[in-house]
Every structure is written in structure tokens, then in C-alpha cells.
Design a protein around this ligand. Sequence first.
Ligand code: KIV
Length: 267
Amino acid sequence: MNHSTVKPLSVHSLADMKQRGEKISCLTAYDASFSALIDHIGVDIMLVGDSLGMTIQGHGTTLPVTITDMVYHTRCVSHARQRAYVIADLPFMSYSTPVIAAKNAAKLMQLGGAQMVKLEGTRPDIVSFLVEQGVPVCGHLGLLPQHINQLGRYAVQGKNRIDAEKMIADALRLEQSGAALLVLECVPASLGKEISLQLGIPVIGIGAGVDCDGQVLVLQDMLNIGTGKRPRFSKDFMQHAVSIEAAISAYHEAVKQSLFPTLDHSF
Ligand code: KIV
């Protein structure tokens, strides 16, 4: 890609991709060197996920990650970015009220250079408050890693019809509150499809089946350099690749052509 002519993606570019049925590729990124590589390959979104608590900091969960950590890594990623859209996670307890959420979203955007912030769960009050202040928001439903101490384990969510209906209603409420994007984690593929069809905003799946509007994976999982067990919904793209660049390109192409995830990586 010739960076002198690169047009940066905006929230509207992502909405347009959904409208024309083009799949959206997304990977987590936490530093400038991977940011430059992922951006160069043409991946559409870089998510500075609080998964960095595990992948970078070596914790067992995302809970110890602070807003200071998130600002630091978001700044590293956004400095090296040319085209990809940069989303940063609001970490655990950094959005317990609308005002606290706005203060921390401002840090991610003003100091970190994020273009959108992501928050877990159904908090339409916070989403609408942030949107009123000019902050684009990505919701996150399904498996919520920040709730691991309530959940007890990382498991597929929305498996029965009552839970699935609640998730659909929650997704619609987030969209009505002004969310511009939704991440859907670890749900049956049929539910991923249903939510993607019902929502006008793009739905980015991780373990949510091939019919979502886009896909996201944790970088270390798909390069098979994670410290823990790779989740079933992820895939080792290094297995048949000659380089890290080739592995990331293979992932990007597989998402664009709806070749990933397969049934082996779905629930
Ligand atoms: O923190 C993260 O990397 C995420 C993805 C798992 C979607 O939220």
C-alpha cells in the first residue's frame, strides 16, 4: 500500500462497508510496530483491547488494566496508524457512571488518539451520554471478560432462547442509544447472524460465526504466540505462513472472503 495516497477510514467507512456487504477485518494491536504492519496489510480496524492485560502484561484476566495503561498502548498504536480505524477499550471500572466514562473516553481520544471507545455490557445511559459529547462508541455483548468473576468461566453465551432474546434486545438498545459498532463475543453462530441482520450498525464477531459483518481476533492468538491456551474460536494463521506479515494477510483475506471463521471455529 502506498501510504502517501492512503485515505484514513472513518466511522462512516465502516457503516458503508456493512451497507455494501463488504466484511470488516479487525485485529487487536498494542504497539507501534504491529500497528504499522497491520495497517500496511490493510486490516480495517485495530482494537487496542484490554486483552493486553493478558497478552502484554501477563495477567490472568483483563481486570488489572488501568486507563493509564490503555492510554499508553493506544498512543503507541495510533502514532503508527495511517488507514485503519483505531478503537480503544475502556477498562474495568473506568465507566461506572456517565461522567467517569466521559472523563476516561476523553483520555483515550485526546492523549491516546483513539477514534472510538468500546465498553462492555448494556449501559445505554453511558452510551448516549458519550455520544452526546461527540464520542463514537462500540458496544460489546456476549461473553464479557470484565465480568469474569461473576461468570466464573469463559463460556459461550446466549445458548438458550431466553438469553438469546435478551441479547438481541440489548443489542437493539445499544444501537438506539447511539452505538456505532458492536462486538459480539462467544455466542452461537445462529445468534451472531440474527443480531447482525437485525442491527443497522456493523457487528464484529469473535467466536460469533461467519455471518457477522466483520471479525476480530486477538493478535497473539492468531499468531500462536499467546501465553495461555488458544480459544477454540481462534485460529493459528502462522501454521501455513512463511512470516508474520503473511499470517496477518491470510487472516485479512479469509475475513474478507468469508472463509474465516469456519464451523470448526464457531459454536
Ligand atoms: O480486549 C479485547 O481484545 C477484546 C476482544 C476480545 C474483542 O475486547
